[in-house]
Design a protein around this ligand. Sequence first.
Ligand SMILES: Nc1ncnc2c1ncn2[C@@H]1O[C@H](COP(=O)(O)OP(=O)(O)O)[C@@H](O)[C@H]1O
Ligand SMILES: [Mg+2]
Length: 274
Amino acid sequence: MNGRARGAGPGDDGDREVPLPGGVANRGRVVRVGDTVRRPVRSTSPAVHALLGHLEAVGFDGAPRFLGIDAQGREVLSHVPGEAVLPPYPRWAFTDEALTSVARLLRAYHDAVAAFDPSPHAWHAPLPAEFSGGLVSHNDPNLDNVVFRDGRAVALIDFDLAGPGSRLWDVACAARLWAPLRPEATIHDARRGRSLHRLGLFLDGYGADEVDRSRVLAAVEANQAWFCRLVERYVAAGHAAFAEYSKSDVRMQAEQYRRWLADNDAALRDALEP
Ligand SMILES: Nc1ncnc2c1ncn2[C@@H]1O[C@H](COP(=O)(O)OP(=O)(O)O)[C@@H](O)[C@H]1O
Ligand SMILES: [Mg+2]
């Protein structure tokens, strides 16, 4: 351990390493060791560590703590007790209460991060200018990046894509993934047939006045395109897990989802009415 990571617990580096499934970017490289998680570092890790330090300083407990760097050069984070939402999806993950708790968690994160100044740090790929500002958004509030306990979202994890963004960008991204906002035929769980209702519910849970509802759908479309480009960049760089994940049809799928948004524009706008 470089210094000694706080809270690493008995056994420290000697503890058994248990692989943690869930994500794509670091597939096979995220492990649990005792009550800590070890993850690869990247060029933007110092920025994320400063962010996690800020969240700790303001007492926000909906994110892991950054505890240090271990002997193998990996970041050491606190392990958040609970479960991320992973396939096969459990029913508790898609209740209205679960969705509202995700929205509230995101809102609490934004309120906690609002006073954090991102300017001294180097962040991940920039967002489209119209959705980028001084607030550091999470930028990847996917199902597998939210830890639940007793059917409620308690923590956001995996801040690798965080960077100067906006509340609107995270709200759009989370609504897109959790409602979800895509063709019915692609939804194979309890969310099927409930996307529009869930979109409204998410906005209400977040707190209606904090984001401009009239811009949500534009943000959803831009977010979809941003992720498509991100995945394409990973695939082009030879990232095996993303290549497997996208199976080379990522652009076609993005176009299919974009068309669904356009075809359902009126219904989506109705769902967004307070
Ligand atoms: N701090 C943490 N506390 C609890 N579980 C975690 C933590 N970090 C990661 N996990 C688990 O490991 C999985 C993969 O970790 P993540 O950091 O999201 O990897 P990736 O960068 O590949 O998406 C998550 O989906 C979650 O199940
Ligand atoms: Mg992840």
